[in-house]
Design a protein. Structure first.
Length: 191
């Protein structure tokens, strides 16, 4: 009988742990999306995503579509295009963003390229190194990614608001679990 009680307790604790694993990050992800940008900050950082050859992936395209809309609404904002070149990419994510934004009418004097970063932490840290000292920035990224990006911005001393880009349906299931793990890792290691 004691053995059954022990197994029952382990099962209950496991279910509770899994529930917390899902719910706490989920709550933070939803909260981050509510911090909508309104043009208060002079700089917006577009976080990179995969490039297929020289073309933005659908995730990156959605981020860029949101950026174009924001740029049109707030013509005083400058944009840091942040993302390096992966082994399977023909150009850097920043270069792909630059080309896309130019093709969609965003003036090149509003675009700053940061093409060395390989992670969200580096996106923000390297961007901080190339723009003037500011109190805060606008972060443009996929909806699921904003909680982690805002947390990391706080780690380097920035306040932030966000422009939300939708997540492609084809990757929603994959990123739902991956981002929760990444967010938990970021909370622990602060990077």
């Amino acid at each position: 009988m004691k053995k059954l009680w022990g197994i029952a307790i382990i099962i209950v604790l496991t279910i509770a742990g899994l529930g917390m694993f899902w719910m706490l990050p989920d709550d933070r992800i939803k909260q981050a999306q509510q911090m909508k940008a309104n043009g208060n900050y002079g700089y917006a950082i577009i976080l990179g995503a995969k490039v297929n050859g020289e073309e933005p992936s659908l995730s990156l395209q959605y981020r860029l579509e949101s950026a174009v809309e924001y740029a049109t609404q707030y013509p005083h904002v400058q944009f840091v295009l942040s993302g390096g070149q992966g082994k399977d990419e023909d150009i850097s994510e920043a270069e792909a963003m630059y080309r896309y934004l130019q093709e969609h009418g965003i003036e090149k004097d509003r675009l700053i390229i940061e093409d060395q970063s390989t992670s969200t932490y580096e996106n923000l840290q390297f961007s901080q190194n190339i723009i003037p000292e500011v109190v805060g920035v606008t972060i443009i990224s996929s909806d699921y990614h904003l909680a982690r990006a805002r947390f990391l911005a706080r780690q380097i001393g920035w306040e932030s608001d966000v422009v939300v880009a939708k997540t492609p349906e084809s990757v929603k299931a994959k990123v739902a679990i991956r981002e929760r793990l990444a967010l938990l890792k970021t909370w622990v290691f602060r990077r």
